[in-house]
Design a protein around this ligand. Structure first.
Ligand code: BYC
Length: 472
């Protein structure tokens, strides 16, 4: 269905046919805009940004480029097209038609998942609020803003579901989305990674590589939901997520390229003296963002995850492409877990291991980008390998929470950990150094900060000196 842009809230859900719902969402809209003004990208209301806006949800329509003032971005409600033959692919309800409404017994479970998902979206916008002040180029500034408006739209996607299917409770949850704030000591965001700061562009690229990728895996699992409106919302959100991860992967590649260039030119590893980011600092940031993102998958053995699956609420990554019985009642899965202070392998019922299985899919996906980063370092003629740390490293959720574990997976005493922590995770000094590189935003078209290489190509094939953002 085409998106109707003539409405106050653009949508492809025929919103005007349900006046109550339309009014409720039109009431929420000004509160969203106030939140965007207060908590969204700082001082940007007059900028005109070369943004991609969806005009329909098919492959031709979702990437339409043009200049937009961000507060005038048409945030709306876009669901992927309905497949009338879709059936639940797994669990006790396998083979039954998907639900177009919320089954009563699944109401609180679904609400909770939708709220958890929705909460991350505005959280990330809040985390990135100040980054525009230090953008390394107009190209990067534009990408930041593109991500910000799309995360705003992803919040709309979840708020629509809450309003349309969860009555008064849903409306209350939608209000709370704008009341919790990232890092707020009294009203924090729900999941840990979304309360960490994103104070600099190295953190931003790591976040979009690692944390947005958790988004990909969680959204893909929810795209398998038997609750069809949720599945269709997530399917469309996934099309946008790919660009966010691209920004992360290429951002890191460009920093690595610049660092290697300077190492080569000056025949030294000490690129800090040359105003660039050294490889070991990049590894520490990687360790931090990877481990914090691993926590987002929940417990290694989880009865919640088993229940979501059995009930047909949340599936596995690409569920329909997996060749098994999609019931998993007799299947087993080996997980890493902790016992008596040691890391051990245990075989558990596969249903309980679904969070861990998704985490494993995610880790394998993360490793692909690391391989490409290492190729870039190797091509530049250096012998340094970026590595993903062990899954138990620096965890706060799950079996390894509270344990001290090195990046190569050795259990350490507190003293050993303290002695080495500064080699593995960014220290205050590292953070201060990276922050010191973040100068005032570079706003001249085609110019880049000293510590990052230009991208291989422009957005929508625009030339290198394209004016991605116009300041008014
Ligand atoms: N932090 O049985 P478990 C994105 C709690 S990112 C705090 O494992 P379950 C994006 C848990 O709530 C994707 N608490 O739980 C990226 C439970 O509490 P109760 C976001 C945590 O239910 C970048 C208890 O521990 N989407 O889109 O399997 C930019 C037991 O654990 C955490 C989703 O997360 C944690 N990390 O939870 C913008 C999808 N982990 O019941 C956006 C929706 C667990 O004991 N959420 N707990 O009080 C879910 O699917 C699930 O809630 C979880 C795992 C994956 C979070």
């Amino acid at each position: 269905m085409a998106i109707d842009y003539s409405q106050l809230i653009p949508n492809n859900v025929d919103l005007s046919s349900d006046r109550r719902l339309q009014r409720a969402l039109e009431n929420w809209q000004p509160r969203f805009l106030d939140w965007w003004k207060d908590m969204g990208p700082d001082g940007t209301s007059a900028h005109e940004v070369y943004l991609r806006t969806a005009i329909s949800t098919d492959s031709n329509g979702w990437a339409n480029f043009g200049y937009v003032k961000m507060p005038e971005y048409r945030w709306g409600i876009f669901l992927a097209d309905r497949d009338p033959d879709r059936v639940i692919a797994y669990g006790d309800n396998k083979g039954k038609p998907v639900w177009q409404d919320v089954p009563g017994e699944l109401r609180s479970t679904l609400r909770r998942l939708i709220v958890t998902q929705g909460d991350t979206e505005p959280a990330s916008v809040e985390q990135q609020r100040l980054l525009g002040k230090t953008a390394p180029s107009l190209y990067d500034l534009r990408n930041l803003f593109q991500i910000n408006v799309e995360e705003g739209r992803h919040l709309w996607a979840m708020v629509y579901l809450l309003h349309a299917y969860f009555g008064r409770d849903g409306r209350e949850e939608a209000e709370e989305m704008l009341v919790r704030h990232s890092g707020d000591p009294d009203k924090p965001r729900i999941l840990g990674a979304f309360n960490e700061a994103t104070p600099d562009w190295l953190s931003f690229f790591m976040f979009t590589y690692f944390t947005d990728r958790d988004g990909k895996y969680q959204l893909a699992s929810l795209a398998e939901s038997g609750f069809d409106p949720l599945a269709r919302s997530c399917r469309f959100m996934l099309t946008e997520e790919a660009h966010h991860m691209f920004v992360g992967e290429t951002g890191i590649t460009r920093i690595l390229q610049r660092t290697c260039e300077l190492m080569k030119e000056h025949k030294t590893d000490d690129v800090r003296s040359l105003g660039a980011i050294d490889l070991s600092t990049m590894q520490k940031y990687l360790n931090f963002h990877f481990s914090v993102s691993l926590d987002l998958f929940g417990q290694e053995a989880s009865t919640n995850a088993a229940n979501y699956y059995t009930m047909g609420v949340k599936g596995r990554f690409l569920e329909t492409r997996i060749d098994d019985d999609h019931l998993l009642t007799n299947a087993a899965y080996e997980i890493d877990t902790a016992e008596d202070g040691r890391i051990v392998k245990r075989t558990v019922p596969a249903l309980q291991a679904l969070n861990e299985r998704l985490r494993q899919d995610y880790i394998e996906d993360c490793a692909k980008g690391v391989l490409r980063w290492n190729k870039a370092i190797e091509r530049a003629g250096f012998n340094f390998e970026m590595k993903l740390p062990h899954r138990a490293f620096n965890r706060r959720i799950g079996a390894f929470a509270g344990m001290r574990i090195s990046p190569d997976g050795k259990v350490l005493s507190e003293a050993d950990w303290t002695a080495h922590e500064g080699k593995w995770l960014p220290t205050d000094e590292d953070r201060a150094y990276v922050t010191s590189l973040m100068g005032p935003a570079i706003t001249q078209p085609g110019k880049f900060a000293h510590w990052i290489a230009p991208p291989a190509r422009g957005i929508n094939n625009q030339p290198g000196d394209f004016e991605y953002v116009r300041f008014n």
